[in-house]
Design a protein around this ligand. Structure first.
Ligand SMILES: *Cc1c(COP(=O)(O)O)cnc(C)c1O
Length: 381
């Protein structure tokens, strides 16, 4: 008997619903290079208003958004400060250097969040006018933090980073591929996050479930320049209407339902945590990292065994595997996946003690913000 495959590798695999397909079928086919794609214009206007930005530009991918923003905001020959685990540093294959001529100053933190004090330490007492020092052009942030199991970057912390950066004349960018997950998890408005940066992107292909696309958001000036670079990079589209319509439909109809994916991920995590084989923290959003170091196999081997049992995962962070939840995985499938993984783990000899792990005993206060505004103004004026 063949088992039904449950693919938890990424939320990029979420499929368009019938209603989204209908929105695509009824979208116009105007040419966006001539400014005649009504659906693309509607998407851009909607996104700019939603995040409180002056202007928006539809992009084929989040990676292209990131690369173009990097090129404009950091500037050729300068450096970007970026937490070491962020997508820019880990998944974009040195393109910062190859395409934008920008060096990544990758800062390792314990929790995945760059803070004003860690940014200050990374720059050191470097005076920016000394010719031998790299000039820091940009501070890079990411929300949710995908390499940290979809953690939400606290709004207050991002606000502190923005204050610090502005004080030092450094621009801030937000790679908000999953920013709508942060919005859903915190009950905040998108505009609240829009205020924490000079420019940002949002991806439609993750949990929002559209087949492709991202949007770049910023000032009129910034978007004007980005439009020129989008042409350079081959990302200017002609009949983008159907793809923009899918993106707008996703934003309007799928943003609220992301909370269901978060609930599914939390439930999956709690089932795994009840078994002695995994160490699992309660997820903030739709990504679960399960530590498998109690098992006598590598994360890669565990992924292979899990696939044979009908659950596809990805190995992450040396000791863990990740599972991502989206519209394809309602709660009964999440539970079935967890049960299969527990069965797989049961067939692998454990390496150490079998103390039960309970994530609800291990929850810390959600990512405390240590920099008060008072301390902030004392230190940085
Ligand atoms: C997926 C992702 C990207 C890249 O988006 P693509 O549309 O796949 O190019 C960038 N940053 C983060 C945090 C992501 O999760």
């Amino acid at each position: 008997m063949s088992v039904e495959l449950i693919d938890l590798r990424s939320d990029t695999m979420s499929r368009p619903t019938q209603a989204m397909l209908h929105a695509m079928m009824t979208a116009d086919h105007g040419d966006d290079r001539f400014g005649e794609s009504a659906a693309t214009r509607a998407l851009e206007d909607h996104c700019a208003a939603l995040f409180g930005k002056q202007a928006a530009l539809f992009m084929p991918s989040g990676t292209m958004s990131n690369q173009i923003a990097l090129r404009i905001l950091a500037g050729h020959g300068r450096e970007v400060l970026c937490e070491a685990g962020h997508h820019l540093n880990v998944h974009q294959a040195s393109s910062a250097a190859a395409l934008a001529g920008v060096a990544v100053n990758a800062v390792t933190t314990t929790d995945g969040f760059l803070r004003p004090e860690t940014a200050a330490r990374a720059i050191g007492d470097r005076a920016r006018w000394i010719a031998e020092q790299p000039a820091t052009g940009l501070v890079w942030t990411e929300n949710t933090v995908s390499g940290r199991g979809g953690r939400v970057y606290p709004l207050a912390l991002l606000t502190d980073v923005k204050h610090w950066s502005t004080h030092h004349g450094i621009a801030v960018y937000l790679d908000g591929a999953r920013i709508m997950h942060a919005v859903a998890a915190t009950g905040t408005t998108p505009a609240a996050w829009g205020h924490t940066n000079d420019a940002m992107t949002l991806s439609f292909t993750k949990g929002l479930g559209a087949p492709m696309g991202a949007v770049l958001l910023g000032t009129e000036d910034f978007i004007g320049t980005a439009r020129r670079y989008r042409q350079w990079y081959g990302g200017a589209l002609h009949q983008s209407g159907p793809m923009a319509a899918a993106a707008l439909w996703a934003l309007r109809h799928n943003s609220a339902r992301l909370a269901e994916d978060h609930a599914g991920a939390a439930f999956f995590a709690s089932v795994l945590a009840e078994s002695p084989h995994f160490v699992v923290e309660r997820p903030d959003t739709n990504i679960v990292h399960a530590d498998v170091s109690r098992l006598a196999c590598t994360p890669g081997e565990f992924v292979t065994r899990a696939a044979a049992a009908g659950v596809r995962l990805l190995p992450v962070r040396r000791t863990s595997v990740r599972a991502v939840f989206d519209v394809r995985t309602p709660r009964h499938r999440a539970v079935r996946a967890a049960e299969r993984l527990i069965a797989v783990a049961g067939e692998v000899r454990p390496v150490r003690g079998t103390a039960r792990s309970r994530w609800w005993d291990r929850i810390e206060a959600p990512h405390p913000v240590t920099v008060s505004h008072q301390a902030h103004s004392r230190t940085w004026g």
